[in-house]
Every structure is written in structure tokens, then in C-alpha cells.
Design a protein around this ligand. Sequence first.
Ligand SMILES: NC(=O)c1ccc[n+]([C@@H]2O[C@H](COP(=O)([O-])OP(=O)(O)OC[C@H]3O[C@@H](n4cnc5c(N)ncnc54)[C@H](O)[C@@H]3O)[C@@H](O)[C@H]2O)c1
Length: 496
Amino acid sequence: MSGTIAGMPARAADPAAVRLPAHRDLYYGGRWHAPAGGYADTWDPATGTNLGACAHADASDVDAAVRAAQAAFAEWSRIRPADRAAAMRRIAAVLREHAQELALLDAVNCGNPVAEMTRDVLAAAAQFDFFAGLVTEIKGDTIPMGEGVVNLSVREPYGVVGRIVAYNHPLMFTAAKSAAPLAAGNTVVMKPPVQAPLSAYRWMELIDGILPPGVLNVVSGGTECGAALAAHPDVPFVSLIGSVATGRAVARAGADRLKRITLELGGKNACIVYPDADLERAGHGAVHGMNFTWSGQSCGSTSRLFVHESVHDQIVERVLDKIRHYRPGLPTDPATTMGAIVSRAQYDKIMKYIDIGLGEGATLACGGRRPDDPALRNGFFVEPTVFTGVRADMRIAQEEIFGPVLSVIKWSDETSMFEQVNAVEYGLTGAVYTRDLARAHRAASRIQAGFIWVNNAGPHFLGTSYGGYKQSGIGRDESIEELLSYTQGKNINITY
Ligand SMILES: NC(=O)c1ccc[n+]([C@@H]2O[C@H](COP(=O)([O-])OP(=O)(O)OC[C@H]3O[C@@H](n4cnc5c(N)ncnc54)[C@H](O)[C@@H]3O)[C@@H](O)[C@H]2O)c1
């Protein structure tokens, strides 16, 4: 989690040195456009500083962006895939070149530490390279039909893809989630998170001119903007990273037109510790899997820790020791290990859940409050929080908090433990700690979730499919599955 990044300054970055985008208007058709929907202020959640106004698109703005994307589709879908890939590799290079600048912008706008946001920018660059490298895999089959007939299948793009993303990785989601639909030959209308839109616009300034006008368009805004994109009749494919409630709204909006959708939604993920686990490793994983660096604001966070009663106290002791590595600090400081909560609304929600946990009778083992550090008094910070004595049916163990709150649940009987693990509406990730490989396989198959770690928790592996079971989503990202999901099959039968 921690570690130095090449090129990072050793001292706290001067927030005044943050390069804010010169353009705050909508970017579509290769140009900047004043929004009909007006502007909304955007903030630094760590200091309360107003970072200025940003375009807040309404439905008419979304319509204009979709028309620009539609106009660009004919050319972009027909150029040689290798040329699409070359343009995407240039974008990856720009991301790498400007990683620190973009990371700093995300740090001030969303509150996540700059060191982590630098990794985010590099991850986005890696995804552009990855999907550029896969363009020749957008291929089909030939099926033997006998002499005089050739039968082949091909894959074609859909047209305009609407992508709507969550706030916890603003630049990474805005950039990386454009890569697969573009590689497949679609054009994209991207809606960055309403809380942190600035890095999307700076990115557009940096890559302006690399893609033909209209191929990649950015419209910032809130619910009206997202809803207009989800419902637009000329957007046949909509893809969301967000909450279950928004996922349902997007699915409903697309139902009348039978839109293709992919949904990457929330999680209330379990980490299971068996008595034979390497306790050091499990204690580390229990903390690492919580993504405290970005204050637990992660869909994949393993926020329910199921610990066998025979090792419960040893694991809790290790968790409380290792959690001390995470101390809320200013996101612009490269040494900061834990950032701010993105907004007052999210801060209030987290504090409300901490009250709910106390009211339900869970024991607060650490955190549960704002840090004392006077440097953080104007921001939305919450100390890393651990509840012990949690029952699996408590609200803090059932509902996604999306904050730095870990619930420890003691178990003794394996069958009822798995019933509890699976008794949530979510099914995104899961982690298992054991030295017994057979037990690990059995446990992995019993957890109803789309992404399982054994003796590890937290990392994604580019090339492997990431996505949820149950209400955690539809579809798989970060892999060739994501790329191919942006294509539709066509069969051609030729008699000669
Ligand atoms: N599975 C994943 O890969 C993944 C990754 C990150 C976050 N998430 C989830 O995202 C959620 C947190 O992010 P958030 O608070 O930004 O989520 P959110 O659902 O509130 O918003 C997500 C995006 O949808 C837009 N939106 C809101 N209402 C809409 C509507 N009716 N129609 C269309 N768009 C609409 C928002 O403006 C934002 O851009 C959590 O539930 C988290 O688990 C999932």
C-alpha cells in the first residue's frame, strides 16, 4: 500500500501549485461548449476550499454530446483497429507523463492521498495499453459449410456508449473505463463523478486532438445528467460504476429500449479467517482489504471480518496494531496514508452508521471519530474504525457504509458462518485466510461473489475479470470480457 513513487516530491505539495483545468465547460465534438445546464461549485473535501465552478450538464447538453458522438461513430468504427490502438497508446503515454499533475488534482478534488492517486493514473495508462493490445482479439470464427459457401462471424461495436462513474477513483474511472469501448470501435460520452470532475477536464485538455472530434466526450453533472445519458434513445449501451440504487435506475431507464448495460455496483464483502490461517498475514489482509488509504470508500472493501473464535483475539490484536499505519492526513502530502471523505453527505452517512453500530450494541475497538489534528479541522476526516462483537444481522454488517468502518464477526460453526457470509444482497468480493488448500477451494466456491482472494485481500489483476454476483452488478471489467462486451456478434453466410 505504501511505498515511494518515482518522481514524487518528498514534501507536501503546495495546494496552490495544483494545476486546475483552464476549461470547465463541456467537452464534446472536439471542442468546449458552455453548458445550458449552468455550473456548480466543486470543492476540496480536505480543506473546505472552493475549487471553482464546473459545468453541470442538463438533458439538452447530454443530447448535444450524444449527437457529436453519433456523428463520429462512422469514421471511428471503420478505421483500422491498429490505428485505434496507436491513438490509445498515445493517450497512455500522456497519462504517464502527467501522472503526478493529474494525481494532485484528484487529491484536492476527491480527498484521496496523492501517492495513491498517482497509482490510479498509472493504472489508467496500463488499461489504455492493455485494451490497445487486444484490438486484434476482436475476432470471430469461420464455420465449415461445404464447398461454395463461406460462413463467418464478426464482432461489431454498438455505437455511442454512455459511461457513468463513481467518485472514489475520479481520473482512473474516467480514463480507464473509456478504454475498452473505444478499442472496440464505439464512441463514448463519459460522465465523471459529480463530486470530483476536475481531473476529467484536465485530461481532456491534455489529450485534445489525439482522437478524432466526437470520439470521446465528457459531460459533467449530477443525477439529471446521468439519467439523461442512461435514457437517451441514441445511446444503445450504458455502463455504470455506482451504487445499487443508481444501477436499478439505469436499468429501468434503459428497459424500454432494451439497452445493453453493464453495472459495477456496491459491496459488503466478507473476509474469512480460519483457525489454521497465518495470523500475521490474515491480520495484515484484514486491514489492507479495507482500503483505508481512501477511507474505505471502495466497492471491494472487505468490511465484514469473519474470524474463527479460536483466533479471534489474536486477529483483533493484529488488526488494531496494523491499523495504526493509517492516519488521516492532507491528501496533497505524499506521506499521507489515509485521506479525506469526499463530501459532507458521505461524511454524515459514515458517522450515522457509527452511531447505528453503537446503538446496535457493537463494541467500538478503535476510531469512530474525527481526528484531533488541527490541520484537518476544516475537512471531512474519520479515523479508521473497528467494531468488534458485531452480529451478522446488524445494519453495520448488512449495509454498505462506503467508509473506514470494519465489522468483526466471531464464528464457530462453518455452515452457519457461510449462511451469514451470503446473507447480504451484495456479492462483489471475498477473501479467505487458511493454510489448507482444499479448504480454500471449498470456501472460494461457497462465497457468492464474483472476485475471491485466498491469503490476500484488495488487489486487482489487470486481465482478470472483475465484477459482481447478485445485486453487485452485471458484467465483468478489466479483462478481455470487458472489451468483447462492447461488441455485438454478426454472422455472415456467403455463397460464391
Ligand atoms: N463495482 C465497482 O467496480 C465499483 C467501483 C467503485 C464504486 N462502486 C460503488 O459506487 C458507489 C459509490 O459511488 P457514488 O456515491 O458515486 O455512487 P452513485 O450511485 O451515487 O453515483 C454514481 C454515478 O451515477 C450518477 N448518477 C446518480 N444518479 C443517477 C441516475 N438516476 N441515473 C444515472 N446516473 C446517476 C452519479 O452522478 C455518479 O456519476 C458505492 O456503492 C460503490 O460500491 C462500485
